[in-house]
Write a protein that binds this ligand. Sequence first.
Ligand code: PRX
Length: 651
Amino acid sequence: MTSPSANITSVLKETRSFPPSAEFVANAHISGMEAYRELWQRSKDDPTGFWAEQAETLTWFEKWHTVLEWNEPHAKWFVGGKLNACYNCVDRHVLAGRGNQAALLFEGEPGDTRVLTYNDLLREVSQFANVLKNQGIQAGDVVTIYMPMIPEAVVAMLACARIGAMHSVVFGGFSAEAVADRNNDAKSKLIITADGGWRRGKVIPLKQNVDLALSKSPTVQTCIVYNRCNTSVEMVAGRDFWWHELAAAASTDCPAEPFDSEHPLFVLYTSGSTGKPKGILHTTAGYLLGASRTHHWVFDLKPTDTYWCTADIGWITGHSYVVYGPLANGATQVIYEGAPNQPREDRFWEIIAKYRVSIFYTAPTAIRAFIKWGDQWPKAHDLSSLRVLGTVGEPINPEAWIWYHTLIGGGRCPIVDTWWQTETGAIMIAPTPGAIATKPGSATMPVPGIHAEIVDRQGNPVGANEGGLLVIKHPWPSMLRTIFGDDARYREQYWSQIPGAYFTADGARRDDDGYIWIMGRVDDVLNVSGHRLSTMEVESALVQHPKVAEAAVVGRPDDLKGEAIACFVTLVSGEQPTEELKKELREHVVKEIGALARPDDIRFAELLPKTRSGKIMRRLLRDIAAGRESKGDTTTLEDFSVMAKLRESDE
Ligand code: PRX
């Protein structure tokens, strides 16, 4: 575990504060600091009473009898209740007379557009739910979704929810190997994909990757392919079917079935501190409630808003803030398939102006790229429709925050910096924008219902401005329920580190005003362009290469990506360290995991620095990767000459 105080100084200097305008406060769902404090205090004093009130915002087929059954570390929320997540996201809006309202405003990368109303969504989702049923999919089965950001990706997820099948969405940037690993771990029965998806003017060959993956995924019997790009793909008779052909033969009538509150909704794989990604399991009622209430509070969504979250559905942000949160709240939202710089660096600003987007949610890594591309791009567009801006995924540096605030928000839009995790299911710490004045780089305060604390290793709260570990003290509805197939790991990683609390693995501090500043991971998880990656995952990909004997991977600070991937590699005897081999190793990691894991630096070493007990000294490697002098203790280093040699082996 690294010290959370390492990066504390970078944010200590920040003292600016930006209160919302009087007009924003007057119209906000949570209006003013008093209102926020009252709501939050109510949730602290009586968590179950508070969440029971909130749960009235969902539509239930049968009401629960017990709000929470808590047998640490296992929570059951709204026990006895029955509902359907898809019904809450689609049917109920149609039944309320909002069927003609646009749900999805789709913009493809090549410029093609489609509008799906809630009526359209109901028809498409019901029909595809019947397609799944016709393929033998039943409640409790796992379905993999490996698709581009097109409306059918949303339809596929909701169709699973409608019939109680668990979806396991795999981001389209992951490799065939990664798809196969996830298929096998979840014992997926069916995979939904497309021939390809558009990215920077090229087609990402999704179906080709699926073909490779399925040769190693014995549990998957069926593959449904949506024709997005009209490319030619191989179709295996009896296994592969075209979406449009199956849909044409399926009825559009598929009533939403009631499921228990705790019925599994989905599994989503994310990186932990070992080489094997973990399947985070979320269940129906609590997850949906967390996603929809936080979306309501933090983005202050109104019926007049047009909302756009740029996340891909392959990540938790896409699950909670493209699919379940906004659709449960009946939002009208933009979804965009492609890259922010296709055909030019102003694509996002063009989309905002075209659809009059009023709420925009993106990642700091994207903002840093926009800054690099230049102010002329946003300046060329009318961004006056915007009223709330959000960020997620990594700490935002104050410079990027101020740029976002000024150039994109025109100085008038609150910025909601939202801290949360795949595991938390929903936003945990973020300003409710009509209440909390923002400070650049701080996620500010917990949302109602969340009891965050900063503690030392023993679980004792630390003082103001002292770095510590961020924990959550009381179970919350959208928390993960377990790690799919590995409950022991769930208990060990989240509920055994700090007594009586959920361990986030993030460091944080609270300032004198009670604002929380997230300081980054304290485990071996990297944050590369907002994507979560484990050092161990990259290491195990590297050592699978026949020429590699040993590998150690660490993060190196990077202005654009947040963290870059730095690898130290020793070779098996007789192999020569060449530039060619570096290239080969980079491609090998891409093949094993995906392009998002492509190493930035590879250094060959004769030996890696180890303690006398044989543990790799990552702290030293981090210093070398960052080009820093090692200040820390090196007395346990086994062979001092190793360090000098490593420094010489510059990239
Ligand atoms: O380190 C924190 C960082 O991202 C981690 C969670 O990653 P993931 O499960 O992929 O979810 C990302 C989207 C919710 C956290 O442990 N993180 C996330 N949001 C922030 C953040 N770090 C600082 N500020 C944030 N707003």
